[in-house]
Design a protein. Structure first.
Length: 225
């Protein structure tokens, strides 16, 4: 077996990252950097590929329970703890610019934060980012939980919260646990109802973002709002 140290520099994950940046690496190569070492008879990149094949995806690996994670060859409780710490640090890093009082200036940053915050939830959550007149963040508020449909999302409750926080605009958001961020017809109906309700109190709905595993669907970008 050829050892990783015997690979050409440009093919080793760490060296490749330094030369070409993170976007140039595959899921297996990024995972290999996290794992650091392989196990008996298996180099770290091959181990990473095997783990991705067994779990099905990076998302499934990250979402695995402690017992499911630790039972895999080459993993264990120490790696599980490290992974959870990395995921939490990533979430906090993305959340910092979206703290109270900061203005929303980047759609990309907002999407990245929402994906990190909501993509791994096993149930649907309907929430909103409440904004003041300068589009500075007042708070991120979760409204409804479970299977989201027209019967469970009440514009009146959203309007009450908006008024109590003195918000001038909001960005709606909900996740699809399936991982598919495509907006359904029900999502569009809900959005129209909320937009109509908030127009009566002069509050703008700037967007509605549907969160999947790795990307969001934006109502504003698609001309649906």
């Amino acid at each position: 077996m050829t050892k990783l140290k015997d690979w050409p520099n440009q093919e080793r994950p760490r060296e490749k990252l330094l030369q070409k940046g993170t976007a140039a690496l595959s899921d297996a190569e990024l995972l290999a950097i996290f794992l650091r070492t392989g196990c008996r008879g298996v180099d770290v990149v091959t181990l990473a590929k095997q783990l991705l094949s067994e779990f099905g995806s990076l998302h499934a690996l990250f979402a695995a329970s402690e017992s499911d994670f630790c039972e895999k060859k080459g993993l264990g409780q120490a790696k599980y703890v490290q992974l959870q710490a990395v995921l939490e640090m990533s979430s906090r890093y993305l959340q910092e610019p979206l703290s109270k009082g900061n203005a929303l200036t980047s759609a990309t940053q907002t999407k990245a934060f929402l994906i990190a915050k909501m993509h791994n939830l096993p149930y649907e959550v309907f929430a909103a980012i409440l904004l003041d007149t300068q589009h500075r963040i007042i708070r991120f508020h979760e409204f409804f939980f479970g299977s989201i449909d027209c019967a469970t999302v009440h514009p009146r409750i959203i309007a009450q919260k908006v008024l109590s926080e003195n918000a001038a605009a909001i960005i709606l958001v909900h996740n699809h646990p399936s991982g598919d961020p495509s907006a359904s017809e029900a999502d569009k109906i809900i959005t129209r109802k909320i937009v109509s309700a908030l127009q009566l109190i002069d509050v703008r709905v700037l967007d509605h973002l549907v969160v999947g595993h790795r990307k969001c669907t934006s109502f504003a970008e698609n001309g649906w709002i």
